[in-house]
Ligand binder design. Structure first.
Ligand SMILES: Cc1cc2nc3c(=O)[nH]c(=O)nc-3n(C[C@H](O)[C@H](O)[C@H](O)COP(=O)(O)O)c2cc1C
Length: 160
């Protein structure tokens, strides 16, 4: 499959997870295109509940992909406004599998991860995507790198 991975990452954790996912998908002979989102002005904080004005300058056209993964950090107990802003503008995701993923600073999914995945899933479903179960990586535990690797290695099974 031709798979697009779209990522918002301020400090690099979600990007690292996305790159691991890309490696695992490539090992299964998928073609993977990873886009790290950029904005016209720096967006260093914010909340989806009070979105600031900014534009994303490199939203990919998803018509060329067979499936899409979308990842970002948890901000203010939900998804980052950058990833949600991007998702609302995605073209060509209707009828395609879409898997959302997040990384978060707090240890438990209920501290923002679950809410972020719900919002990302609802946004994608509103655009007609076939939403797959979202993945959450909490960073506080010492072994989170291992957890990241394990989850990344399981993701190709959704795209067989
Ligand atoms: C503005 C801001 C708000 C954040 N809010 C939360 C939060 O509500 N819950 C949480 O678990 N982590 C929160 N974090 C931590 C990030 O989710 C976490 O460090 C994440 O892995 C960063 O991903 P990145 O390196 O890809 O930017 C916040 C970080 C920032 C910068």
């Amino acid at each position: 499959m031709n798979i697009g991975i779209i990522i918002h990452s301020k400090s690099g954790t979600t990007l690292r997870f996305g790159r691991l996912i890309a490696e695992n998908l490539k090992e299964q002979n998928h073609i993977v295109d990873l886009t790290e989102l950029r904005t016209d002005i720096p967006v260093n904080l914010g909340s989806v509940r009070q979105p600031k004005k900014f534009s994303i300058v490199n939203i990919p056209d998803c018509t060329k992909y067979n499936a899409i993964l979308v990842g970002g950090p948890v901000w203010a107990f939900s998804a980052s406004p950058v990833i949600i802003g991007c998702m609302k503008e995605l073209k060509g995701i209707s009828g395609k599998k879409l898997l959302p993923f997040v990384t978060m600073g707090f240890p438990f999914p209920f501290m923002g991860g679950s809410q972020a995945i719900t919002l990302m899933s609802d946004t994608a479903a509103g655009l007609g995507a076939k939403v797959l179960p979202g993945k959450i990586i909490p960073k506080l535990f010492r072994n989170y790198n291992l957890h990241m690797k394990k989850v990344a290695s399981e993701i190709p099974s959704y795209f067989e």
